[in-house]
Design a binder for this molecule. Structure first.
Ligand code: NAD
Ligand code: MG
Length: 385
């Protein structure tokens, strides 16, 4: 029997992280070597106890100090450097990056820089890091296996296709809780309404991103970098049932789709076991029970975020980084009641106008653009309040 794969989970207390632990528990092929969270140290220590892990990292130093006091059975690393040390020093064969936001870029770079394979849920690190991230993976030979359901679907769909035969990638979008509404009807939506996703149960930030549809914009950029596909060959279609996770159009007129009930344990298991497949306790897809699968165009009038993302993607340079940072700050403000729902695209658009795209020479250009965009977005939000 082959040795189990040594797995490190970053962001293990989150939505993806806890579902990944469910997969690990059922698998003989994975051995956990480390876990991390931002500040929820009690949950993290509990996970370490349950899973017999001896090294954890907390991004928040105060939470890290508490954990070190309470838990003496292992080592607690802290801060952004602690996360990077966890990656570099744990002897992992595979890192699952399930952090949220551009905070995931540092650990993505550390992982790939060490030549360690990366199961990537943190789409933001690819949106922000772009070519630098994929070039780093190429240089060290590390693989990036997507966890995002659409990209997992595409990864599986194009695996057997020769170069030049895939004409188009089509990402499906649920449309979020506000599908079908006009722009005017989005004026006074509440945080609770925006958090009520119709098909997927996810963390807060990505749930809001799905409601504004910027999530699909981030995924467009993610797909471009993962598969090296030009933007004019990546489309988006709204599919409210979230059964078709994406499809591809081939040069001979064939279209291949990937289907399944919406359950993130499927793409998580795929990424953690690739190229193998193992059993996941999911009920078999019953299309007769589903009944109808429907598809519609994206309403970019009501949901301008997808257009903003496409424009930023085409502009290139630091633009996707600015788009992402402004979105993170705007979503945070929306969740705290300091910004309206329609304020989110407005802040992103204004931030992109204020900060024209610059060249990206090194990761430092990105960290700087991220900082600058956060400051500008915060200022724009304060002015609107
Ligand atoms: P979440 O908010 O539920 O969990 C985030 C995890 O990261 C937590 O463990 C948290 O402690 C940690 N974390 C947050 N900020 C951090 C920071 N600054 N430094 C270090 N650790 C930090 O998020 P999620 O919904 O699990 O999403 C994780 C990533 O996966 C996101 O990039 C999201 O877009 C992507 N994704 C999620 C889903 C889903 O179903 N939840 C689906 C597709 C893609
Ligand atoms: Mg997705």
């Amino acid at each position: 029997m082959p040795l189990p794969r040594r797995l490190l989970i970053l962001g293990s207390t989150g939505s993806i992280g806890t579902q990944a632990l469910d997969i690990v528990e059922r698998s003989d092929e994975l051995e956990l070597v480390g876990l991390s969270a931002e500040r929820s140290w009690e949950a993290l220590v509990e996970q370490a106890r349950v899973h017999g892990v001896s090294r954890i990292a907390l991004a928040d130093p105060i939470a890290g100090a508490r954990a070190a006091e309470a838990w003496t059975d292992g080592e607690v690393l802290t801060g952004a450097e602690g996360l990077v040390r966890l990656v570099i020093e744990s002897g992992a064969d595979l890192v699952l990056n399930a952090l949220v936001g551009s905070a995931g870029l540092g650990p993505t770079v550390a992982t790939l820089g060490e030549g360690i394979d990366l199961a990537l849920a943190n789409k933001e690190s690819l949106v922000v890091g772009g070519d630098l991230v994929t070039q780093l993976a190429e240089a060290t030979g590390a693989q990036i296996i997507p966890v995002d359901s659409e990209h997992s679907a595409l990864h599986q769909l194009i695996a057997g296709e020769r170069a030049g035969t895939v004409d188009k990638l089509v990402l499906t979008a649920s449309g979020g809780p506000f599908r079908g509404r006009t722009r005017d009807q989005l004026d006074d939506v509440t945080v609770e309404e925006a958090l009520a996703h119709p098909t997927w149960a996810m963390g807060g930030k990505i749930t809001i991103d799905s409601a504004t549809l910027i999530n699909k914009g981030l995924e467009l950029i993610e797909a471009h970098h993962l598969f090296g596909t030009s933007y004019d060959r990546i489309d988006v279609v709204v599919h409210p049932q979230s059964i078709v996770h994406s499809y591809v159009l081939l040069c001979d007129g064939a279209a291949l789709a990937h289907l399944g009930y919406p359950d993130m344990r499927v793409p998580i298991s795929y990424a953690l076991h690739y190229p193998d497949r193992v059993d996941v306790p999911i009920r078999p897809l019953d299309l007769a029970e589903v009944g109808a699968l429907t598809f519609e165009h994206v309403d970019t009038e009501a949901f301008p975020c997808l257009r903003l993302a496409r424009d930023a993607a085409r502009a290139g340079g630091t633009a996707p980084c600015v788009l992402n940072a402004a979105n993170e700050v705007a979503v945070h403000a929306f969740l705290e009641g300091r910004l309206s729902f329609l304020g989110i695209p407005a802040v992103i658009e204004a931030a992109l106008e204020r900060l024209p795209p610059g060249p990206v020479r090194a990761f430092e250009s990105l960290y700087e653009a991220d900082r600058e965009a956060r400051a500008v977005a915060a200022e724009l939000i304060a002015v609107r309040a």
